[in-house]
Design a protein around this ligand. Structure first.
Ligand code: ATR
Length: 278
């Protein structure tokens, strides 16, 4: 199996670790290589990739939108989000998928299945690329409402256009969201706040949060973001960012190989590999 990743910069990517662990689990021979492409050399980089006999590859920042022009097919989920993170190469054809949002949902469902039992309210913090995929995936689930708060509210407003369900969503500022935090059962940070260089920052303070609420951060470096530390201190439940990373990889790998992966089994080693880097 010949797999890989395109993006820039990607030297610190966790994806080789993940896919090598998956190959080992099902005893499959193969390689997962990093193909770093400079953004201004994107076209040449892709032409070169087309000459390799790859079975599939992942796409990361900043190419998740640009890759779409080079695909033969795109699945409806990736098309609705407008971003592709996984390409399956099949008989010379490139087919694009997006496994980020579904990976997020698989992770949170496996840790907190009670959130999916109905009548729950979600607050999404951020309205960038990551938020789009997660919002779209959450819209397929059985929630009462999914509100979106963002620094730039116009961007959150744009996100509403991918909501073709009957589920209600309000757009608000962080300040407005902070005033009604006690209504949410799941609060998800999809912004880059909490990562370098904003290590000690969080987009919203968690005063007034319910005890049983799950606070989830897609930032995985550091493992304990300022937001998650605040959540823990306030007695809320927490969900860390590394899970989404592993599960988006699981869905991609299953598409490439047709084999089922037991991601739960790999999770402890994966967590150790993340913690070793912190
Ligand atoms: P990604 O594809 O990783 O989601 P992105 O599309 O650039 O990246 O989105 C980044 C998100 O983080 C956005 O919600 C952004 O808010 P704006 O839309 O208002 O720019 C948010 N973000 C980044 N830095 C931030 C900061 N310092 N304070 C608040 N929000 C921030």
């Amino acid at each position: 199996m010949q797999l890989g990743l395109i993006g820039y910069p990607i030297q610190h990517s966790r994806s080789p670790w993940i896919h090598q662990a998956f190959m080992k689990q099902i005893k499959l021979d193969g390689k997962y290589q990093l193909f770093q492409i400079e953004p201004d050399q994107f076209d040449q980089g892709i032409r070169q990739l087309q000459t390799l006999d790859l079975d599939g590859f992942n796409v990361t920042i900043p190419f998740k939108q640009r890759i779409i022009d080079y695909l033969d097919q795109i699945d409806h989920f990736a098309e609705a989000i407008g971003a592709v993170n996984t390409v399956v190469c099949e008989k010379g054809k490139w087919i694009g998928y997006n496994t980020d949002g579904l990976g997020y949902v698989l992770g949170i469902r496996s840790s907190y299945p009670d959130l999916f039992a109905g009548n729950k309210q979600v607050l999404l913090l951020g309205a960038g690329g990551a938020s789009r995929g997660i919002y779209y995936a959450l819209l397929q689930e059985n929630f009462d409402r999914i509100d979106i708060a963002n620094r730039t509210t116009a961007r959150a407003q744009e996100l509403l256009s991918i909501n073709t369900s009957n589920l209600s969503s309000d757009v608000m500022t962080y300040q407005e969201a902070a005033q009604q935090l006690n209504q949410y059962d799941l609060i998800i940070n999809t912004t880059s706040v909490g990562m370098q260089p904003n290590l000690d920052k969080q987009v919203i303070a968690l005063d007034g949060i319910k005890q049983n609420t799950v606070v989830s951060d897609i930032v995985y470096q550091p493992f304990w973001t300022a937001l998650l530390k605040d959540a823990k201190q306030k007695g809320a439940r927490v969900h860390h960012g590394h899970e989404m990373l592993l599960y988006q990889g699981k869905i991609a790998f299953e598409k490439w190989t047709g084999h089922r992966i037991d991601a739960e089994k790999i999770m402890p080693d994966f967590l150790n590999s993340i913690l070793a880097e912190t």
